[in-house]
Design a protein around this ligand. Structure first.
Ligand code: PMP
Length: 412
């Protein structure tokens, strides 16, 4: 605890150390975007000042420095996610682009043999963010495949037995979240991915909500594709990753066609470059990649286990305080959920609760959290969501609970 708070204070999160409406900001919207420590901002500023140039094409010194910085960031992030020799890592703009690249790349009609074809089956779950659902809806439409959705129980949990019912000889893809952004539920993704892989499916893990505290280790998972975003793990916006088995990434049609992703080009055709360049057409976000690698360093200096224990303790504290308020229902209240607490309150609209909390300097998110099917499954409408990061405190959880109680009195 002490070690964690000392390191957090030393982190220099100026963005959360400010006043909002005359109160100290309690920034509890970390599932949407976390703030960046000073080391990340410094690493990006140093890159821009000393090494800014386009990569891979230049013989001059700055271009070489930029190329080295980009490739070192790739190597650092591969280590961070426990990639093995069989894995490769591609930079994207974020989880949304990563998942679109997979769904689009498996169903692209320009491929001689796209993975997804008429009569095939795609399985995803009702816990997903729209970014891990809508691309599959379109992939199904493009290819003539069928989309099946694994539903949770009434408490919002997924069960391997239910997945086994949906898998069959035509299952080509199983796409799953490592943590549901609307409830904080952490499904047993190790077992679910293994089951789908055993059935012969390519497996996709959306780790957007896991990377800041519970970093999935690729080489220990039956995972072909892993997607995440920098801005949810103390890194910059506009950078993300698609990592996975090289053999699986090779089956994707590229979506960014142009410079740097080809070996040769004639008027009528082009030969694609090897991975990872093949999937990284155009000028990448080099400063973003540098910042993301610095964010990985930051997480490892503080300690993944310490961060995970901290956000879980904050979540448990918030669940206990919020669930005790009259007419409040916490979604997925059980202990295996992490970092996110989402609730509904009788007689009070989340938008109004969120507005009243903001007046007290407390930042939460309200609405459907880009996860409408999950909320429909659980039989609720929009929710109020608080989500925690390393710099949050138990005192902020107390302020949240008191401000929610006050808001409910005003609104009822
Ligand atoms: N998946 C999950 C589980 C998320 O929480 C989010 C962001 N809310 C996304 C995907 C999309 O990430 P991004 O907006 O960074 O592309």
């Amino acid at each position: 605890g002490d070690l964690l708070s000392a390191r957090t204070l030393a982190g220099g999160f100026e963005g959360v150390a400010q006043q909002v409406h005359g109160a100290p900001l309690a920034y509890l919207d970390n599932a949407a975007t976390t703030h960046m420590p000073r080391t990340v901002r410094d690493a990006m500023a140093a890159f821009e000042q000393e090494s800014r140039a386009n990569i891979h094409r230049g013989v001059h010194t700055l271009s070489q420095r930029a190329t080295d910085a980009f490739e070192q960031a790739r190597a650092r992030l591969k280590r961070f996610i426990g990639a093995g020799a069989q894995h490769e890592l591609v930079f994207t703009s974020g989880t949304t682009e990563s998942l679109n690249l997979v769904a689009g790349g498996l169903s692209d009609a320009a491929l001689a043999l796209p993975v997804l074809r008429a009569g095939d089956e795609i399985v995803t779950t009702a816990l997903e963010h729209h970014a891990n659902l809508v691309p599959w809806q379109w992939a199904a439409r493009r290819s003539g495949a069928r989309l099946l959705v694994l539903r949770p129980d009434a408490a919002g949990r997924l069960h391997p037995d239910d997945l086994a019912q949906l898998l069959g000889p035509r299952t080509r893809v199983f796409a799953l979240t490592a943590c549901a952004n609307a409830t904080g539920e952490r499904p047993p993704y190790e077992a679910l991915l293994a089951l789908a892989a055993e059935a012969g499916a390519l497996t996709v893990l959306d780790a957007a909500q896991a990377m800041a505290h519970e970093v999935p280790q690729l080489a220990q998972l039956e995972c072909d594709f892993l997607a995440f975003s920098g801005h949810k793990m103390y890194g910059p916006m506009g950078i993300g990753v698609l990592a996975g088995r090289r053999a699986a990434l090779e089956r994707l049609a590229p979506s960014r066609l142009g410079g740097d992703m080809v070996e040769w080009v004639s008027e009528s055709d082009a030969g694609l470059a090897e991975l990872p360049a093949r999937l990284e057409g155009g000028t990448p976000n080099v400063a973003g990649a540098v910042g993301l690698a610095a964010a990985a360093d930051y997480i490892d200096v503080v300690g993944r286990d310490a961060i995970d224990a901290h956000v879980r303790a904050l979540r448990a504290h918030a669940v206990q305080r919020l669930a005790a308020l009259p007419g409040v229902t916490v979604l997925a209240p059980h202990a295996n959920a992490s970092a996110i607490v989402s609730f509904v309150a009788d007689g009070a609209h989340p938008h109004d609760i969120g507005t009243l909390l903001d007046a007290h300097g407390i930042a939460v998110r309200t609405g459907h959290h880009c996860a409408q099917p999950l909320l429909a499954c659980l039989g609720v409408g929009p929710t109020t969501r608080a989500s925690f990061a390393i710099y949050n405190t138990h005192e902020e959880v107390e302020r949240l609970a008191e401000a929610v109680a006050h808001a409910l009195e005003v609104l009822r």
